[in-house]
Ligand binder design. Structure first.
Ligand code: NAD
Length: 307
C-alpha cells in the first residue's frame, strides 16, 4: 500500500518506519534536516533494547509524494489545518485518512480533505520522542485502536488494522472508538497542562495532593461534558488509574505539553482542555477549571516572546 505520513516527528517517524517494512511509505515533514538525514542514512528507531534502520522515503512537500492509499496525520493538532492545506495532492477519491493525534476534534479538521466514509480515527498507547534529525526513540509500546468517528462499521477499519499488525504495530478494530478517544482525552485533560505549568514529570501527580486535586477537578468537568455527549466515564477511576497507578509505569514521562512549553512551541491545549470548554458551552455545562487552565497555558505561550 502507498502510505503518506503527514508530520514525521516522533510518532510519524515511528509509525512510518515500522510501516515501511512492507509498504511504500512517504514521510512528509517541513523539517528539512530530518528529511535529508532519512534519505541519506535511513530512519533510525531506537528502543530500550536495540537500534534499527528503516528506509521510508522522506520529502518536504506532498507534491513529491502524490496521491496515497492511506494518509496518517501526525502533525501536532495546531498544525493540522495548515499541513493539510499544503498537502491536497495526497488525496484521491479512494484515499483513507487516519488520525491518531491526541485531543478531541482532529477529525473535524480533516473532514474537508477526505471522503467522510474514508476518515478513520484512533488512539495509540505508544509513545516516542525525537532524539535528533533522522533518529527517534520508541518510549513506550501500546496498542493502537481504530474506528470511525461516528462508530459506524467500515471495511476500511479491518484493512488498516491488518496492515498495522503485519508491520509489528499491535492494533485492534473498535466499534466504539469515540469512547476510547474520550477516555484518552480525560488522561490528557488532567496530566498535560498541569505538568506543563508546574514543569514536572507525570509522576508528580502521585506525589502532590494539591496537583492531584487540580487534575481530578479538570477531569470531573471533562466527564460531565463527556456524559452530555453520551459517554459515561468515571472521573475518580480515571484519576486513580492513570495518575496514581500510571505514575508507577510512566511516571518518568514528560508530557507532550511540557515538551512543547520547554521548546517554546504552541501547545495542543485547544484540542484538550479547550475541547472540554467548547463542548461544555454547547451543553450549558460550566467548566471553570478547564477555562482557567486554558488561559494559563495561553499566557505561558505568550511568555515565549519575552527575552
Ligand atoms: P512532533 O512535534 O514530534 O512531530 C510533529 C511533526 O510535524 C514535526 O516533525 C513537524 O516538523 C511536523 N510539521 C509541522 N507542521 C507541518 C506541516 N505543515 N507539514 C508537514 N509537517 C509538519 O509531534 P509528536 O510527538 O509526534 O505528536 C504527533 C501527534 O501525536 C500529536 O497530536 C500528539 O499529541 C500525538 N501523540 C504523541 C505521542 C508521543 O509520545 N509523542 C503519543 C501519543 C499521541
Amino acid at each position: 500500500m502507498k502510505i503518506a505520513i503527514l508530520g514525521a516527528g516522533a510518532m510519524g517517524s515511528l509509525y512510518g518506519g515500522l510501516l515501511s517494512q512492507k509498504n511504500e511509505v512517504y514521510l512528509i515533514d517541513i523539517w528539512q534536516e530530518h528529511v535529508e538525514q532519512i534519505n541519506k542514512n535511513g530512519l533510525i528507531i531506537q528502543t530500550a533494547k536495540e537500534e534499527k534502520i528503516y528506509r521510508p522515503q522522506a520529502v518536504t512537500s506532498a507534491a513529491q509524494a502524490g496521491p496515497a492509499d492511506l494518509v496518517i496525520i501526525f502533525v501536532k493538532s495546531v498544525h493540522t489545518d495548515t499541513a493539510l492545506a499544503q498537502s491536497r495532492e495526497l488525496f484521491a477519491e479512494h484515499t483513507i485518512a487516519l488520525t491518531l493525534q491526541n485531543g478531541y476534534g482532529n477529525d473535524e479538521d480533516i473532514l474537508p480533505y477526505v471522503q467522510a466514509d474514508n476518515l478513520l480515527i484512533g488512539t495509540t498507547a505508544s509513545g516516542a520522542t525525537v532524539l535528533q534529525a533522522g533518529k527517534v526513540f520508541q518510549a513506550g509500546i501500546g496498542p493502537t485502536n481504530i474506528g470511525t468517528r461516528d462508530n459506524r462499521a467500515s471495511e476500511n477499519i479491518a484493512k488498516i488494522v491488518q496492515l498495522f499488525n503485519d508491520c509489528d504495530i499491535e492494533s485492534y478494530a473498535s466499534d466504539n472508538i469515540m469512547e476510547a478517544v474520550w477516555t484518552k482525552l480525560m488522561v490528557n485533560v488532567g496530566i498535560n497542562a498541569v505538568t506543563a505549568l508546574l514543569d514536572v514529570r507525570n509522576g508528580f501527580l502521585a506525589e502532590s495532593t494539591a496537583a492531584y486535586e487540580v487534575a481530578e477537578a479538570l477531569v470531573k468537568e471533562g466527564t460531565a461534558v463527556a456524559k452530555a455527549e453520551g459517554y459515561e466515564l468515571n472521573a475518580a477511576e480515571i484519576a486513580e488509574k492513570y495518575y496514581i497507578h500510571g505514575a508507577k509505569v510512566v511516571g518518568q514521562n514528560r508530557s507532550s505539553m511540557l515538551q512543547d512549553v520547554d521548546k517554546k512551541r504552541k501547545t495542543e491545549i485547544e484540542k484538550i482542555n479547550g475541547a472540554i470548554v467548547r463542548i461544555g458551552k454547547k451543553h450549558n455545562i460550566a467548566t471553570p477549571y478547564n477555562e482557567l487552565i486554558v488561559k494559563l497555558i495561553n499566557a505561558k505561550e505568550d511568555t515565549y516572546s519575552l527575552q
